[in-house]
Design a binder for this molecule. Sequence first.
Ligand SMILES: C[S@@+](CC[C@H](N)C(=O)[O-])C[C@H]1O[C@@H](n2cnc3c(N)ncnc32)[C@H](O)[C@@H]1O
Length: 346
Amino acid sequence: MTGATLEQSRANVQPPKTQSRRAHTLHGKSEGQSQLDRWRAAELVYSRRIIAKEYASKPWILSFYRSLLSSRGKDRVRSILDVGCGTGFFTRFVANQVMVPLKSPATVLGVDLNRGLLEAAKRQNLGGEAEFEYVQASAYSLPFRSGSFDLVTCRTLLMHLSSPVGALREMQRAARAGGRVACEEPDYGMVGFHDPSEDPEFAEASRRVRAAEVRGLWRMYGQDYEMGRRLPELLHDAGLRRIMLEGMFRSIMVPCDPRIKAASLGERLAAELSYYSDEVNLDEYRKTLRAGGLSPKEINDYLRVWKKRTGQRIKALQRSSRAKEEDVGFLALPFFFAVGRKPLSK
Ligand SMILES: C[S@@+](CC[C@H](N)C(=O)[O-])C[C@H]1O[C@@H](n2cnc3c(N)ncnc32)[C@H](O)[C@@H]1O
């Protein structure tokens, strides 16, 4: 849809003829249904608001994206498709921040399985230079003609799919020849974590739990929480070329950092504690850790100590803000952003 108006883009919304609708099964349910059950608009809006604030306070993040995505000359972007857009956080960020200033308004489409999230995305359109539209569709079967978009993006979608390469092939198909497909995914296998207040035995148990969780999610649901490192391989397998990749840390948490307020640290810890005190969540977490290779005893021992420690940290924070100053723990989660090009001719 290079240089297309929104009207033309609407005309392009029709099922592709060549794509067969494969059933993707996950955990006994259809994968689509499980994804619909999973994401809540209010939670996504809240967590993305925090990310947006972080982006706004760290100007180098914008440079990071702009260094990989330009919109000049033959790379001029007038049409963007964001797949698995949820409540449209990344859709708006790429269109209004990364691609700005655009010389002419761009057509921007967000696609997601979940109608509720798309409705929330529409309510959040905050203006800017682009025109937005949201369409309900599956990443495995995008209802657009081949070659319709200059830029096709997705963020934290592939890690949740049983066939990330299937989705990427569709994204590649929807991109124009010479156009780009850009994906952002985290890698939980590369999480940086250090808590000097942990005794060595508990520190070792924490390491095993983190690894078991990643393994368990893969074994139970086929979800790959180490997706970041696989982006070059998957983009290549989907037929994209001239692949570039860069990484950055998100979710950096260093409690003693004066920019982190004691109250917000307390809130965050309390939310975690309450999440893992809920029977349904706990049951799910236990199942995942079991699938990841931990014994029930290892899981119980770990959870008991973790809950006790977290409760003590919350109480200490309530008593005095000095507790925060003394907390020199470290947590950092890497995110990777990969961009590939659809070849001009096969
Ligand atoms: C972690 S959320 C990411 C949302 C958004 N990209 C962001 O970063 O805020 C994953 C999204 O993928 C969507 N999703 C999952 N499977 C999908 C599929 N097969 N087709 C389209 N969207 C899908 C979910 O509904 C959800 O909105």
